[in-house]
Ligand binder design. Structure first.
Ligand SMILES: [Zn+2]
Length: 156
């Protein structure tokens, strides 16, 4: 039973392409919180569709959940729910931070200090990893006159 491919080039598809990462993360958090609240009892009946789609990711999440519960043995479910909320809040903060980065380092073609020409230089590996995680396009540049190094950040 392979999952059906629906490559409709509609607005919905466009939205999905743009926000698939966010939707996936949000879904994982929702499923995680749901599993924590429901304690696995109705997992099979209601989450069947989700499990088919996110099978691998859910398994990964469950492994994480089991590890977490083992670590926090004896801790109440409400505490785990609280933990979930905190994780979700951190996610929202990161999202806001990403948005701030985007507006702060928007596109410019000259040096911010002296208005001279800028040229692209090699990025550090850590920047590449950061860009991948936060779904950003980061270019590093250097001013030809004052050697000022800066970044241009765009959304993927
Ligand atoms: Zn400059």
């Amino acid at each position: 039973m392979k999952n059906r491919k629906s490559n409709r080039k509609s607005k919905k598809g466009k939205f999905w392409r743009k926000y698939n990462f966010e939707v996936l993360i949000f879904s994982l958090i929702v499923i995680g919180i749901f599993l924590i609240i429901e304690d696995f009892s109705i997992k099979n009946s209601i989450l069947n569709a989700y499990i088919q789609i996110y099978d691998f990711l859910i398994k990964l999440f469950l492994t994480f959940y089991v590890t977490l519960t083992t670590l926090l043995y004896g801790v109440e479910n409400s505490d785990l729910f609280g933990l979930g909320l905190i994780v979700f809040a951190i996610f929202l903060i990161l999202l806001k931070w990403r948005q701030n980065l985007l507006s702060q380092y928007s596109i410019y073609e000259v040096c911010v200090d002296c208005n001279s020409r800028i040229h692209r230089i090699k990025r550090r590996k850590i920047i590449k990893i950061f860009a991948y995680i936060f779904r950003l396009k980061i270019k590093r540049y250097q001013c030809t006159a004052c050697n000022q190094v800066g970044y241009i950040i765009r959304s993927l």
